[in-house]
Design a protein around this ligand. Structure first.
Ligand code: GLU
Length: 366
């Protein structure tokens, strides 16, 4: 058994625990989890829940015999989200607060900061934030897609020190324990490597989206950013009694030391790039050696179509050297690339400043 200490945790609870029979919410597994949350709050700790189960909970109200279409699933989520929240609220005297997010909300800097501020206010006011993906509005590329990764993003935005993933399996095993009786539980993972990923099979249950793979992805995102990640079996109430004493009956992925700022973590992990700016050697040196912003004079080529505020890769020869937010859209960049900063205003009729990507909005690739 491993020991952990923590102060602010995100606890992710999967559909298999919320709606074990796959059609409606059940209290069966939630009582020990709710007791753990209440005891942790009483001990002065902070907790944010990431709860799945809206689609599963809504399923009984949208009876269909064929595989559900996207719109049908979204209807289920809209109905089930209410049931899932109501199911949680009955375990707590403090108010539960609903937060519905999509991947797009996490990519947008303003919304990201709003999410962070709201979470902080909720915790300061003694409420329990309960996060889920906004399944009703998000499809495909707008989605995080699974709540393990959503849990990781929530831990990042909330600057938690711990992500606790409650699954229906005891933790990470050396092989799939459902198929291989020799499989043993791995209690500590010092670093998430490709060997660790190779231990993950496919998706776990028909209900949830995730399997071990998405849990390891979540652990990787978190541990790299200094957030320890734990996988425990949420069906085993005893796990939570142990956790209250800081003991993990499951797998602990150890946090890597991280001196990166919250903003850098956001730039690195949450942003999908929409285009590329190919730069010359002078700009590359200015960025990598002098900590400078990217100026239009150093841009040789603009690839892809993107808006102002979108993330772009900054590329020298064949390799990405940095990633950052472009202050101009791709069309205007085609016009100002190669020009001096002071020419921007006269050529475009406006200026967002002399830089194309400001230093504060940029991270260098290691
Ligand atoms: N957001 C989905 C739901 O609430 C769950 C996704 C997942 O479990 O990974 O039904």
């Amino acid at each position: 058994m491993s020991n952990i200490t923590w102060q602010r945790a995100v606890i992710k609870i999967g559909s298999a625990l919320i709606a074990p029979d796959g059609v409606q919410c059940s209290a069966q597994y939630l009582l020990p989890i709710a007791r753990f949350i209440t005891a942790s709050l009483q001990a002065g700790k902070q907790v944010i829940v990431v709860s799945s189960g809206s689609v599963a909970a809504g399923r009984s109200k949208v009876p269909i015999s064929h595989p559900a279409s996207i719109a049908e699933k979204q209807a289920m989520a809209a109905i089930g989200q209410m049931q899932m929240m109501a199911n949680w609220q009955r375990f707590f005297d403090i108010p539960c607060a609903q937060i519905l997010l999509t991947a797009d909300d996490l990519r947008d800097r303003k919304r990201y900061v709003n999410i962070k501020n709201t979470l902080r206010e909720l915790m300061n006011h003694g409420a329990l934030p309960i996060v889920n993906e906004n399944d009703t509005v998000a499809v495909d590329e707008l989605k995080v897609g699974d709540n393990d990764n959503l849990g990781a993003y929530t831990a990042l935005v909330a600057q938690a020190d711990t992500l606790i993933i409650c699954s229906d399996i005891d933790g990470l095993y050396t092989a799939d324990p459902r198929k291989n009786p020799q499989a043993t539980l791995i209690e500590r993972v010092p670093e998430v490597t490709s060997d660790i990923f190779s231990l993950a099979g496919g998706a776990g249950t028909a209900m949830g989206t995730g399997g071990m793979r998405t849990k390891i992805e979540a652990a990787q995102k978190c541990t790299k950013s200094g957030i320890q990640t734990v996988i425990v079996n949420g069906r085993n109430g005893q796990v939570f009694d142990a956790l209250l004493d800081g003991q993990v009956q499951g797998t602990v992925f150890e946090a890597q030391r991280s001196e990166l700022s919250a903003r850098t973590l956001w730039l690195t992990h949450t942003l999908k790039t929409r285009g590329q700016l190919v730069v010359d050697a002078g700009a590359k040196d200015a960025l990598t050696e002098r900590g400078a912003s990217l100026l239009p004079s150093g841009v040789l080529q603009v690839q892809g179509q993107f808006s102002a505020g979108d993330a772009v890769d900054i590329v020298f020869e064949d390799g990405a050297i940095a990633k950052g937010l472009s202050l101009y859209d791709s069309k205007d960049l085609q016009t100002i690339k190669g020009l001096k900063s002071r020419q921007i205003e006269s050529v475009l009729g406006y200026s967002h400043g002399g830089a194309v990507v400001h230093r504060d909005d940029m991270v260098l690739m290691s």
